[in-house]
Ligand binder design. Structure first.
Ligand code: AMP
Ligand code: GLY
Length: 424
């Protein structure tokens, strides 16, 4: 099969790497890809939102399957556009991608179908939101309804902060039209867990768990980022919690989407908070997580192309999804200053140290070839150094060891990825 991946970050590098291991994959393209992805796929200079160019390319090159990885094209109907052109595509259609694309939609769905989540109210005007905040319990969480690069969530400790937040989202429109409507919800405490699942419209196959570290600095300080590192599995996600989530969260969500006429095919990423009252849904994503994918896929035994085809064909029930009984840790090497201001274009050295080393991976999040063909930094998150181990502690030691193998100017990483596992 000829397979084209849409996207160009660390998640897409991990997807391309895993797809390349499938005996079904004879040729892989990636639009736009990056310098790391270029080692496993042919990168083509087409943007993730340029559906016309993607369709033209797929037709010209007889592509059999297009994998749409990022949230923006999914929410904008990339899969619908590809299918309308007669091209098989992996990912939810627009009417199902709304599960991630609108927080108000997902909260209403959970309320209607009794899926555990934080209590909330939805607001369409700043006046009503501000009036509500006069007496709302604190701390409180404000969420822009639409997609905001994972940054549209404000956790407010004081009433003043919350009012300022309404101004940021609804009046200053820091996230554009994503803030036309906001959800204000109860603040939850507990351990966060990310669970990725394959979904074929009816059947859910649950992947191994993971945990992300969203804050920029050690000790969970600093600004929220796209993710500074991950580990898998989460030792806090016990078999009992898994059984509860399958019964009360995963299957009910898939059934609810079908009942609403929004059959979901693709990956649902459940962002969970393990509270004292049981697991609750913090958010849904309609795609693989980044950098969760970098620790989940290296542990997956199945052929990823087969999994994706089963999601499309509605045959997931026939598949036994299996993961290795080991652990993985991914440490993100970022440009200092991320997620705000940072410089790009520094040469990256030492990448060859990963060649031929089993259990060590360097997934590129933001890299490119410069005019001389040197691989240089090209983003806030630059590399995801991932390592396997028999235990989480071993995997963490291996990942931090491997992080020393590569260098670029302005490099920054967190030193405490996976540290919480010491408490177990
Ligand atoms: P989201 O984009 O919805 O995942 O939110 C980003 C981050 O904000 C989450 O990973 C949580 O750390 C935090 N968060 C979101 N909703 C809540 C909540 N209701 N209570 C506490 N923290 C939350
Ligand atoms: N790591 C969180 C996300 O992919 O949204």
């Amino acid at each position: 099969m000829k397979i084209m991946i849409i996207g160009g970050g660390g998640r897409e590098h991990a997807l391309a790497w895993k797809i390349a291991q499938s005996p079904k994959a004879e040729k892989i393209y990636c639009a736009p890809g990056n310098a790391g992805i270029a080692s496993v796929a042919e990168c083509v200079g087409i943007g993730v939102m340029d559906f016309d160019a993607q369709i033209r390319f797929a037709k010209e090159h007889a592509v059999d399957l297009v994998v749409v990885a990022p949230d923006d094209p999914l929410a904008a109907g990339a899969v619908d556009a590809l299918e309308a052109a007669g091209i098989r595509a992996f990912g939810p259609r627009k009417n199902a991608a709304v599960l991630e694309g609108s927080k108000a939609f997902s909260k209403d769905l959970m309320k209607k179908y009794g899926i555990p989540t934080a209590a909330y109210e939805t607001f369409d005007t700043p006046e009503t939101a501000l009036a509500y905040l006069e007496t709302a319990p604190l701390p409180i969480v404000l969420k822009a309804d639409g997609l905001a690069l994972g940054k549209g969530v404000l956790i407010c400790a004081t009433r003043e902060e919350a009012k300022e937040g309404v101004k940021t989202l609804m009046l200053d429109k820091q996230f554009g039209s994503a803030g036309d409507r906001i959800v204000i919800e109860q603040f939850l405490t507990g351990r966060e867990v990310s669970v990725l699942t394959f979904v074929d419209g009816r059947t859910v196959k649950v992947m191994t768990s993971a945990q992300d570290h969203k804050r920029a600095r050690d000790g969970d300080r600093g600004l929220n980022t796209g993710g500074m590192g991950t580990f898998s599995p989460s030792p806090f996600y016990t078999p009992e919690i898994d059984a509860y989530c399958r019964e009360h969260i995963y299957q009910p969500t898939v059934d609810a989407m079908r009942a609403e006429g929004r059959e979901f095919k693709g990956v649902i990423f459940f962002g969970l908070m393990l509270t004292a009252d049981g697991p609750k849904v913090l958010e849904y994503n309609a795609r693989f997580g980044d950098p969760e994918t970098q620790v989940v896929l290296p542990r997956m035994q199945n052929d990823l192309v087969e999994m994706m085809e089963a999601c499309i064909d509605g045959t997931l029930d026939r598949i036994d999804l299996r993961f290795d009984d080991n652990a993985a840790v991914c440490v993100v090497l970022a440009s200092d200053g991320y997620p705000e201001h940072y410089q790009k274009g520094f040469p990256i050295s030492g990448l060859e140290a990963f060649d031929g080393k089993d259990g060590y991976y360097v997934f590129h999040a933001g890299s490119k070839f410069d005019a001389e063909g040197t691989i240089v930094t090209n983003g806030g998150r630059v590399l995801g150094v991932t390592a396997l181990g028999g235990t989480l502690k071993e995997a963490r030691a291996n990942a931090y060891k491997a992080a020393e193998w590569v260098h670029f100017d302005n490099q920054y990483m967190r030193h405490d990825i996976g540290k919480a596992i010491d408490e177990v």
